[in-house]
Design a protein. Sequence first.
Lengths: 248, 307
Amino acid sequence: MKYLLECKNLSVDYGLHKALGPLSVKLPKNSKIAMLGPNGAGKSTLLKALTGVTSYKGSLIKNYSSFSYTEQRQEVDWDFPVTCHGVAEMGLYAKVGWFRPLNKQHKKMAYDALAKLGIEDLADRPISQLSVGQQQRVFLARSIVNEEAELFLFDEPLAGVDLKTSEVIYKLFDDLISKGKSIVCVHHNLYDAADYFDHGILINHHLIAQGDLTKVLSKKNLESAYGAGIAVPQFKKRNKVTKVASAA
Amino acid sequence: MQPSVNLLDIWYSLTFSYSYNASIVCLALIFQGLISGIIGGLLLHRRKALLTDTLSHATLPGVGIGFLISLFFMDGAREEWVILGGALFTVVLALGVMRLLERWMRQDAALSLTLSGFYGGGVVLLSYIQTIPSGTKAGLEYFLLGQSATINLAETTLISSGALVVFVAYFALYKEWKLLCFDQKYAAALGYNINLLDLLLTILACITIAVGIRSMGLILIMGIITIPALTASLLVKNWSAFILTSALIGAISAHIGVSISAGLDDVPSGSAIILFGMLFYFTALIWRTLHDRYGNLWARHETRQDN
């Protein structure tokens, strides 16, 4: 089987501080992968190494041509003078290349991406007037606007969003998977991870466990990642959550 | 005693009907206002507005060096491009020193250390120049506060060329600037070289400052770079409109300020421009406050959705 991604003894240092690794892991293609672990475990650092923003030691074999990256919502200034459409079209900048302006077709692609997340009516609204859920949807629209990407990297897209937006994100993940794409997503909530993802990697600098989420999130694994005394999540099936959503 | 206010001069300057030379100077300063607005908009959202202050103060030793070079090596003819070239040289030098200092200290500490070091050096150099017996040193004090009335055609050519460089760089890299200012991390993930773009932006800022100190003065040039951008950020929430508004406010402030300075003897153009910029800013601030409190004053508009 050909893997999406193979890390061998991957490590990242910030000066004397060891941020990640050595980590060895193989990730399967076309699956929804949750990246779990405590704060400071190196999850975001691993994403940065994958995007090429941070330099790393060790080997990293990438079996995908291009990726799309969505950072945490808090990383940017939401008072910046730009419209939702203006943010969505940023996902196409690298494809268009230096110096060239966007054409009409690009503008339409950005509009379609907003429509996929159900916020096409906000296209001309300044981002300073958005709610948290809407901000997250604008970011996701930006990440899916370039349809050539094969791997989608998300940094906590589900943090702090309401039920409606989490439903939209859930559908978006399924849509991407049905198109043969792969998803790697940093996630913090252990209790709903199994609802959104089908594969998990639990890391704390090193790989602790990998595979089906119900097995990854065992008491033994969680205690070695988070320390003793952590409550082991009880898994509910996804359809229960959907019912709550439709009832609300 | 004759009043020193000449309203007719102000009107002539505003309508470009003063004299050919004065109109050209006025036009050059409008260009200066336009590029200051653009660069200010970029620097404000790149969180580098304070950089302007340090860089502009770092022009002072360059002005002195340029003056000395033209005095000793060019037969004492005061060549404007040598002085501005000297200013640009020390600005870039200050930038290098600051980058170096940032390895050992925080950015704000590096900014203030560079500012005081270069400005102090400049003051010493200018005091020395005052002791040299030479007829051409008159006018060096214009670089401190700005004096547009005495700008000659060679200087307007320099200002216009600087403006052209900034215009071309801004429009060629329109989407790159927007991305850099909004989301540096995402830009890096897309493969853009952030350090290169930042360096380019800083060089454009250096050019804007170097060509602007003659008319604005190195103490106040920070004002024409930051005030229009701050005003525009109160008025519009769309990137291209923001930069356009900032540029226009810069240009209008420059035009009115220069005209006031033409009519009022002994008022430096830089101060007049800044005062008009501040007037625009406070007008915009009042409008924004009323708008936020009582809703859109001109039309009904959707309000913020919270959920």
